[in-house]
Ligand binder design. Structure first.
Ligand code: AMP
Ligand code: MG
Length: 424
């Protein structure tokens, strides 16, 4: 595993005191390890888990050419080009019951959707095109072309070809696809374990009285929710006071039992330095000032205890900054640590309903409400954007991402929006 210093030398123009968002992301990407333990799960239990190995199809799906329609199977060569085609019905073939008889020239077979195409027949004419009188079917010229309405053997998955790639987060379609291969068990990577706690003497947990100058700890709930959506195992270590012994105990417990640690608070410049000191003492930690808003201060590195170590994300304390830094850095890092191949999040382009002030030289994440008006996407900002105003986040349905080099935005201008739907 590389040291922070080694990684710093690989990230061009690395400056911990003025770190662009993309550089911080690159740094994190290079630093984090990936879990390797594989476990086998029954198919249904694998939803949302990360596939550990490529899956190669052991069979052709479908296993035979079959009909895509209810109708009549025939030989494409027997379709008449300039008049109706007349064929004699030789029998019926149902799904799951192969038709063993030979079909003579001039004959067709009544066929149901999914039934195996009888030997020699390659075309299906849907029943609504056909006129049936006794044993004879008549279809008009041009109703079908040779090969129509036939599903080819292996057209979904061909035997020996990759069906799913390692690193895929399994979705309902993937479970179905694995089932279509007859696979009862799936190899997945073990779930990532993430420990988290809040730091600050002013924090009170729900249920405790709120003394003067105190606030309820909300970050632990936001973090819990965001982590739960990522499908990791959670270890909630509560509120930890700004006290060296308590902090050391929490960091050690976290490092010994988790792959990653997320803390909030205690990394800003004005802080009593306990948390930062403790992080630096128990591992290898960089303290960054990221060119972003909200969320400027952040600690990143690893904490060690008794030969075990965990990646540390020391997030700022402000409730909005916690969420923004989680989305900007932690989400992708945890996905990568869990073995997933992270996909870039799709951005929406929307017209700003108001002008936005923005300084070039930092990335800003403003909380917005995006909606469609007369077929075009528009976005407005959710009131005051202070990094302590969690309501701005709760009311929003997306983040307006104002990129590093971007300046002020005029009313009506197009901006990038990261919709919350599907974010984690
Ligand atoms: P800090 O980064 O520790 O200086 O905290 C910055 C601001 O965020 C302060 O106003 C803290 O009271 C507030 N804050 C820190 N942690 C939490 C938390 N877990 N829940 C709610 N507010 C917090
Ligand atoms: Mg604090």
């Amino acid at each position: 595993m590389s040291s922070l210093e080694q990684i710093a030398s690989c990230v061009s123009g690395y400056d911990p005191d003025a770190l662009p968002v993309e550089k911080a992301q690159e740094f994190i990407r290079r630093f984090v390890p990936r879990v390797e333990t594989v476990e086998k799960l029954p198919l249904r239990a694998a939803l949302g888990r990360v596939l550990a190995t490529d899956v190669v199809s052991p069979i052709d799906v479908p296993a035979h050419d079959n009909s895509a329609m209810d109708g009549y199977a025939l030989r494409g060569t027997e379709l008449s080009a300039d008049g109706p085609t007349r064929l004699r019905i030789a029998g019926t073939v149902l799904a799951g019951q192969p038709f063993e008889q030979r079909v003579a020239p001039g004959q067709c077979v009544r066929i149901m959707t999914g039934a195996v195409m009888p030997e020699g027949l390659d075309t299906v004419v849907p029943q609504e095109f056909c006129q049936v009188e006794g044993e004879v079917v008549t279809l008009p010229a041009g109703a079908v072309r040779p090969g129509d309405n036939r599903r080819l053997r292996g057209e979904d998955l061909a035997r020996g070809r990759p069906a799913l790639s390692a690193g895929k987060i399994l979705r309902p379609a993937d479970l179905g696809l694995l089932a279509s291969l007859g696979q009862a068990e799936v190899p997945v990577l073990r779930r990532l374990r993430v420990a988290f706690f809040s730091t600050g003497n002013e924090l009170r947990s729900i249920g405790e009285p709120l003394e003067a100058g105190c606030v309820y700890d909300s970050n632990r709930y936001t973090i819990h929710g965001m982590l739960q959506r990522l499908g990791v195992e959670l270890l909630d270590l509560g509120v930890v006071r700004d006290d060296p012994q308590a902090l050391e105990a929490a960091f050690r417990q976290a490092a010994e039992s988790a792959d990653a640690i997320i803390t909030s608070g205690g990394v800003s410049v004005g802080e009593a330095d306990f948390t930062k000191q403790m992080m630096a003492r128990l591992g290898e930690v960089a303290f960054w000032r990221i060119a972003m808003r909200p969320g400027r201060p952040m600690a990143f590195g690893r904490i060690e205890s008794r030969g075990r170590q965990a990646v540390l994300f020391g997030l700022p304390g402000n409730p909005v900054a916690v969420m923004i830094t989680f989305y900007a850095f932690v989400r992708e890092a945890l996905l990568a640590m869990g073995g997933a191949t992270p996909q870039p999040l799709p951005l929406l382009r929307a017209h700003a309903e108001q002008s936005l002030r923005k300084k070039p030289g930092r990335t800003e994440y403003q909380r917005g409400i995006v909606r469609q008006v007369d077929g075009r996407w528009q976005v407005r900002i959710t009131g005051s954007q202070g990094s302590g105003i969690l309501r701005s986040m709760s009311e929003a349905n997306g983040l307006v991402v104002l990129h590093h080099d971007q300046g002020h935005v005029a009313e009506g201008e197009l901006v990038d929006v990261l919709p919350f739907e599907g974010l984690i």
